[in-house]
Design a protein around this ligand. Structure first.
Ligand SMILES: Cc1ncc(COP(=O)(O)O)c(C=O)c1O
Length: 393
């Protein structure tokens, strides 16, 4: 069969979670699946807030004749996002400056398609480790990927001075994710100001993935819109997956004051997809308008984080002090090989996590995940407490 060469590149890469799943199966055969405490994949297990579910139920009846949904989100949806951006960050965005669509995964993976021209030598700059759909989207769009390694010596923040001028000149976009998954680090002016300066200078879009903006510990993170100079180059992407435990609803947005980008992205979506189901958009309106549930969610994650951090530090792991997201970036104890340590945790204690090398790339001869483990906080609190008991025993 003839296949798109860019897709062939992606097909050829191993799927990291195949290894994790195979290890988990082996542990399940030893202990029984119920014994495994799973801190591997990050899929929230908490129910979607009642206020959202009720809105969706009402919408299903109110919209008895379904009709095609508005492909970039209906007016009410887009106004609700503007309301959220105003209330939460104090920034003004007009409804025609944003595009509602499927999840942040869908949006971020499609942005390179909007910007890159196959064969033109275009580059997409991504963090490493980072959310894989940015690089996969770039590869599918025929662009080259240039990685910014996130290293301890830079407090796990991207060091933009590492990007050669030649790469900036060919770049079409830079993806930044804050709070960052999976390091848990939040960026401020020290990252966004130089990023905006370089992107504005080289006519590059700065795509700020803020999917974890409401899942923070301590000070609320700012949005890229709050920093000066980004009017033409900043695109903010966010979704309700983490904020409102709505992964299965798959609904989010891309917003920008750059009218050319919004028009191009809206056209790409109109030409290739239907909009998010209207009753889900209606549920999203309820979610964007409610902050009470996000406070509850943060308080729950803070408890889980505290319990797991204490347990891991208790066995000599150096846990990066995360300020957001539901991941912990954890160094294996001194002298222990991270992958061997992860296997021991699983096969001896029934505790599953992800060797971080599997979720980061080797770039410039360095794999920033080497020596680290990734733990997800999406399991219920009792699982962290049980992990603490097993680790102490
Ligand atoms: C950085 C980042 N962005 C986006 C997403 C996914 O968001 P959505 O569910 O809206 O696709 C994830 C989920 O794992 C993520 O880690």
């Amino acid at each position: 069969m003839k296949l798109n060469d860019n897709l062939r590149t992606i097909l050829g890469a191993p799927y990291p979670f195949d290894v994790v799943d195979a290890n988990k199966k082996a542990a399940a055969a030893k202990f029984g699946a119920d014994h495994i405490l799973d801190f591997g994949i990050g899929d929230p297990t908490d129910p979607t807030p009642r206020v959202v579910r009720e809105a969706v139920k009402c919408a299903v009846d109110a919209r008895a004749a379904s009709g095609y949904p508005a492909s970039i989100g209906h007016e009410g949806f887009r106004r609700a996002v503007c309301g959220y951006l105003k209330t939460r960050f104090g920034v003004s965005v007009e409804p025609d400056e944003l595009v509602g669509s499927y999840s942040a995964k869908f949006i971020t993976s499609h942005i390179p398609l909007c910007l890159a021209t196959p064969g033109a030598g275009d580059v997409v700059i991504c963090e490493n480790p980072g959310y894989p759909p940015y690089a996969d989207g770039a590869t599918l769009a025929g662009a080259e990927v240039w990685y910014l390694n996130l290293l301890q010596e830079n407090n796990y923040k991207p060091d933009l001075s590492q990007v050669p001028d030649e790469v900036w000149r060919r770049a079409v976009c830079l993806f930044l994710n804050s709070p960052h998954s999976p390091t848990g680090i939040t960026y401020g002016e020290e990252v966004y100001a130089p990023a905006i300066r370089m992107c504005a200078k080289h006519d590059v879009l700065l795509v700020s993935d803020e999917a974890y903006s409401e899942l923070y510990f301590g000070k609320p993170p700012r949005t890229a819109f709050e920093y000066a100079g980004g009017e033409d180059c900043v695109v903010v992407v966010n979704s309700l997956s983490k904020r409102s435990m709505m992964t299965g609803y798959a609904v989010g947005f891309a917003a920008s004051h750059n009218a050319e980008f919004i028009k191009a992205f809206a056209t790409l979506l109109r030409k290739s997809t239907q909009g998010v189901a209207t009753f889900i958009q209606d549920g999203a309106v309820a979610a964007w308008g409610d902050e009470a549930h996000t406070a509850e969610m943060r308080s729950e994650y803070a408890k889980r984080k505290a319990a797991l951090v204490k347990a891991l530090r208790g066995i000599g792991c150096d846990v990066v002090d995360s300020t957001g997201t539901f991941f912990l970036w954890v160094k294996a104890p001194a002298g222990q090989h991270a992958e061997v340590f992860a296997e021991k945790l699983l096969m001896e204690k029934g505790i599953n996590c992800v060797p971080a090398k599997l979720v980061s790339k080797t770039f410039g001869g360095v794999n920033p995940g080497e020596g680290y483990l990734r733990f997800s906080l999406t399991a219920p609190l009792w699982a962290m407490e049980e992990a603490a008991r097993r680790l102490a025993g």
